[in-house]
Design a protein around this ligand. Structure first.
Ligand code: ADP
Ligand code: MG
Length: 214
């Protein structure tokens, strides 16, 4: 399957073509179409299989094609287990949206808290961050996510292993409304902790597994 065969904005197709990304990876082929329809997703595939674009492509399409639910709140929040992984997702979002009217910010632990408050006041549309720092900011009302349209958990299994369950559930509660779409990615599914987290976060999700479960 080709990116050019998908119902995507021409700007997305151009960025991907310029980068010589023509064919979807198997996980992208299974995730992008239901994600574009607005379905909740739970997906698993091995490292290096292209999960980042599997969620970023439908994210950017939605930002380009639909009106924001809220003027101030971010439209998309992407959570990753570590600063390094959050940074990688952030940079991928930056190149994908380079020529688009889409703002994206990185909010991770270990960086100046008050500077982050200033960044959040500029109302970025996409926030990529680590669960601990994002939960702190929500608790302290640095920003609100009542109008959040997409909540994405990247490497959810690792976030659980690192002890972020409470923070994930708290973030979920701050953005608890009917119109929200949620996607959860994990290296493995079928673990009881993952399944119970998915139960709390997702509504009738499309389940996607590529390759053998480990
Ligand atoms: P994962 O999150 O599954 O570990 P990544 O999203 O980090 O994988 O992708 C791994 C690498 O593959 C990245 O360098 C990414 O840019 C590249 N990549 C992703 N999708 C494609 C594609 N459709 N065609 C070519 N390269 C791709
Ligand atoms: Mg990844």
């Amino acid at each position: 399957m080709l990116f050019n065969d998908l119902p995507l904005d021409h700007r997305i197709k151009k960025v991907l073509t310029d980068k010589k990304f023509t064919d979807l990876t198997p996980i992208q082929a299974k995730v992008i179409a239901p994600a574009l329809k607005g379905n909740d997703i739970i997906a698993s595939s091995k490292t290096g299989s292209g999960k980042t674009l599997a969620f970023l492509v439908p994210t950017v399409q939605r930002l380009l094609k639909t009106k924001a639910l809220s003027k101030q709140d971010p439209r998309v929040l992407i959570l990753a287990p570590t600063r390094e992984l959050a940074k990688q997702v952030f940079f991928e979002a930056k190149w994908l949206t380079a020529n688009m009217p889409i703002t994206c910010q990185l909010i991770v632990g270990g960086e100046n808290y008050n500077d982050q408050i200033k960044v959040l006041r500029r109302n970025p549309q996409i926030i990529v961050g680590t669960a601990g720092r994002i939960a702190d900011h929500l608790d302290n009302k640095s920003f609100f996510i009542n109008g959040l349209e997409l909540l994405i958990f990247d490497e959810a299994d690792r976030m659980l292993d690192l002890g972020f369950k409470e923070q994930l559930l708290l973030i979920n509660r701050f953005a608890d409304h009917r119109k929200r779409q949620t996607m959860m990615f994990s290296a493995t599914l079928g673990r009881i902790e993952i399944d119970s987290l998915a139960q709390s976060l997702l509504k009738s999700p499309t389940k996607v597994v590529v390759g053998s479960a480990t």
